[in-house]
Design a protein around this ligand. Structure first.
Ligand code: AGP
Length: 363
């Protein structure tokens, strides 16, 4: 009923607008004066490990990729990320210096659970990140960090992706703090996390993509591109669009375009560029220019105040200036809102996309 949806047309859009409160819940008790604090991992010797394997599916896998880029930027630890349906069947090497993190919103995804069992048999310690209290994954792992997003009804993960990111940033920061790797930039990241609920609220007040979407909804293909920590943002943008609007969206690290996918581009194949003003911006800009040269329409997400982008992109969506590590967090709601309104305007029910279940409990 509409009452359950708090007056919103669908759970998905309600859940997107709940993101500020969801973040607040994820942060409660987890930032102390001394810095990030996750009591759940106090028992783990994260001071000595040099390898982390992260396993997940779908959106949770994209959150895992953000974690990899984040942590590897600040410390020399190998973070390996894999989709659970591959991980469970390959020979994964675990030693005393390896920690495993399994991410699953539902805590019931069959492949992710089986991956946990596989590494447990090899003696690994597993940290689960989940949203559902008492879910199977919490019982099979050595520790659980709850993402505290509240129930998510829409099949498309929205506020739980945001909270996965928040919890993974906190986890990464806790590891860095424990290992005495701390910097002014990390302090800024942490501050940004604290302020992000208000930043989201402000963004939600002003964002209006409807006109843009009523135009773009008519295309049959989209190419999402991003680089570095925002390559996963491109993957997540494409997944959201595919799963609820049934548009063929593909995502590439922007530097891969010229190794094949650029052949697809023409005026019927828009490029959705994730292009915040970060250290890879100039590289992104050339990739956007290359796409433009193939007459593809360009829709770009960039940082407020970036004026020059309007000369190469056909449409621009601005996000507030943020620390470079944090762009995946501020851009995520934009790609979610975009997918939501495309689906809604095409007359599809984004809460119940065809062929999909909220959690995939069978292989
Ligand atoms: C996300 O929008 C999808 N519905 C899907 O990819 C999901 O993230 C995936 O099935 C993993 O689910 P989990 O996090 O509950 O394990």
């Amino acid at each position: 009923s509409s009452a359950e949806k708090g007056g919103y047309k669908h759970f998905m859009i309600k859940e997107i607008y709940e993101e500020p409160e969801a973040i607040e819940s994820a942060l409660v008790g987890r930032i102390k004066l001394e810095g990030p604090f996750l009591k759940e991992i106090e028992e783990f010797n994260l001071e000595t490990i040099n390898k982390i394997k992260v396993v997940a599916c779908g959106t949770s896998y994209h959150a895992a990729l953000v974690f990899k880029y984040f942590l590897e930027k600040h410390i020399n630890i190998d973070v390996e990320v894999d989709v659970a349906s591959e991980f469970r069947y390959r020979n994964v090497y675990i030693d005393d210096n390896t920690a495993v993190i399994a991410i699953s919103q539902s805590g019931e995804t069959a492949d992710t659970l089986e991956s946990v069992r596989v590494v447990k048999r090899k003696g690994a310690k597993v940290i689960a990140i989940t949203n559902v209290v008492g879910s199977t994954i919490t019982r099979e792992s050595d520790a659980t960090i709850y993402m505290n997003a509240g129930p998510e009804i829409g099949v498309a993960a929205t506020k739980t992706y945001i909270n996965q990111l928040v919890v993974l940033y906190l986890l990464g920061m806790s590891i860095l703090k424990k290992r005495n790797v701390w910097s002014e930039n990390l302090e800024k990241d942490l501050n940004f996390l604290k302020n992000s609920p208000d930043i989201f609220r402000k963004m939600f007040e002003t964002i209006d993509l409807k006109e843009l979407i009523s135009y773009y909804k008519n295309f049959n293909h989209f190419m999402y591109i991003g680089r570095g920590i925002n390559y996963p943002t491109a993957l997540e943008g494409a997944l959201k669009l595919k799963e609820i609007s049934y548009i063929n969206a593909t995502a590439y690290p922007a530097g891969e375009l010229k190794h094949g996918p650029i052949a697809l581009l023409d005026p019927t194949f828009p490029v959705f560029a994730i292009a915040p003003k970060d250290s890879l911006y100039e590289k992104m800009k050339s990739n956007i220019e290359e796409s433009k040269a193939r007459k593809a329409r360009i829709i770009a997400i960039t940082t407020e105040g970036n004026k020059e982008i309007s000369s190469i992109a056909d449409d621009v969506i601005f996000v507030p200036e943020s620390p470079e590590d944090m762009y995946p967090l501020v851009i995520a709601p934009i790609i979610q809102i975009f997918a939501y309104f495309v689906a809604d305007m095409k007359g599809y029910d984004p809460d119940k996309p065809r062929n999909l279940a909220k959690s995939v409990t069978v292989e």
